[in-house]
Design a protein around this ligand. Structure first.
Ligand code: UD1
Ligand code: UDP
Length: 370
């Protein structure tokens, strides 16, 4: 069975990499990989780490690209790839522009689509933007839905998706994480090796969401300045997303702060190991919300909505939004109140047990009569 796996950004690559590896190792499959390269450096970091050499690379990324740019270039670029490969199944992941467009391109050629990480919803079409709609549209185009949790399956059932086409598998992000975090891990960066994670309170920060660009991001960074001024033990490690609109504001607000370490995006291996050692995570990322709870790290989500309610319900993730006061107050409380911190630092695994890829492969085989 020929399976074409299509992805384009860092998080898709991290979450599809263990599946590609498993498909490659299984004689039942002829696994091909196409990347749109909606991300470039941040995608290549992951491809290198997991040893994936794509068969097709559309290389579409441009600085400051718009949604129209990505959508147009990816759709045009995927047509000849799909026509040449003629796969039996196209696998897409999650909620990016690449995800939606790859599903659409496959649909135009009447090739079945399997949607990995299907069924997550906020119910708000503009938050996260445009991811909520990308995921819904990919779901509408897909024939098979690999839902990470029972909650995601229920969302799909409520929308009338055929029950037999939904498989609850766990999230492949946990498969990737479990092979990456190690107790004795040494960083390449001496800054990280020399950091005293017991003495300092290390806050790991990432921001990139389109709806947070501009004022919301500025407010988050101002809150970080407030926190640094009030708490001398705090150090901020901030691997900055390569989007120029993010870099500009980060530099402007935090560039002169000597206890803030602004880094290039880290490779997945150091990033995951850093996450396992830090005190607290502040992020608007989707994937990090899934990873940190399984490492026992509290997460403050810098967004107003989340499509990942499981860890919020379990108490390890809190939605704080982007307001300067709210972010400052919540971090201050976690720094001051050990009992409160400990109540959030419970290791839980609502997103998977590291066997999601295995289940997806079994589901595909059973769907295709094996
Ligand atoms: C994209 C996804 C978002 C996902 C995020 C993960 C869409 C619409 N957005 O958002 O769902 O959460 O990736 O990070 O699909 N850039 C580089 N090098 C890179 C990557 C990005 O220079 O390796 C810069 C480029 O200037 C690019 C800009 O970042 O134009 C924005 O990239 P883009 O993919 O459009 O948006 P993200 O915010 O990364
Ligand atoms: N990540 C990484 N290096 C970094 C920051 C994040 O490897 O410097 C990983 C992180 O562990 C997670 C994924 O990238 O697996 C999340 O990507 P991102 O936040 O860009 O996208 P989202 O998950 O929000 O779509």
């Amino acid at each position: 069975m020929k399976v074409l796996v299509v992805f384009g950004t860092r998080p898709e690559a991290i979450k599809m990499a263990p599946l590609v590896q498993m498909l490659r190792d299984d004689n039942y499959f002829d696994c091909r990989v196409a990347v749109t390269a909606q991300h470039r450096e941040m995608l290549d970091q992951v491809l290198k780490l997991f040893g994936i050499r794509p068969h097709h690379d559309l290389d579409i990324m441009r600085a400051g690209q718009t949604l129209f740019d990505i959508t147009g270039r990816a759709l045009k670029g995927l047509q000849p790839v799909l026509e040449a490969e003629k796969p039996d199944l196209v696998l897409v992941h999650g909620d990016t522009a690449t995800t939606f467009v790859a599903a659409l391109a496959a649909y135009y050629l009447q090739i079945p689509v399997g949607h990995v990480e299907a069924g997550l919803r906020t119910g708000n079409r503009y938050s996260p933007f445009p991811e909520e709609m990308n995921r819904r549209l990919a779901g509408a185009l897909a024939q098979w839905h690999f839902a990470p949790t029972a909650g995601a399956r229920d969302n799909l059932l409520r929308e009338g998706v055929e029950p037999k086409s939904i498989f609850v598998t766990g999230n492949t992000v946990i498969d990737a994480l479990l092979t990456t975090v190690r107790p004795g891990y040494r960083f390449d960066l001496s800054l990280l090796n020399n950091l005293d994670f017991n003495r300092h309170r290390v806050l790991l920060v990432t921001t990139h969401r389109r709806e947070n660009l501009g004022h919301p991001m500025r407010d988050i960074y101002l809150a970080l300045r407030d926190i640094l001024a009030a708490h001398p033990a705090v150090r901020v490690i901030f691997p900055v997303h390569k989007n120029p609109a993010v870099v500009r504001v980060v530099q402007e607000v935090l560039g002169d702060s000597n206890r803030v370490h602004l880094l290039e995006p880290l490779d997945y291996e150091p990033f995951a190991n850093l996450m396992s050692r830090c005190y607290l995570v502040l992020t608007d990322s989707g994937g990090i919300q899934e990873e940190a709870p399984s490492l026992g790290k509290p997460v403050l989500v810098l967004r107003d909505t989340t499509e990942r309610p499981e860890a919020v319900d379990a108490g390890t993730v809190r939605l704080v939004g982007t307001g300067r006061d709210a972010v400052r107050e919540e971090v201050s409380r976690l720094l001051a109140d050990t009992a409160y911190y400990n109540s959030m630092a419970e290791a839980i695994n609502p997103y998977g047990d590291g066997r999601a890829c295995e289940r997806i492969i079994m589901a595909i085989k059973s769907a295709y009569g094996q």
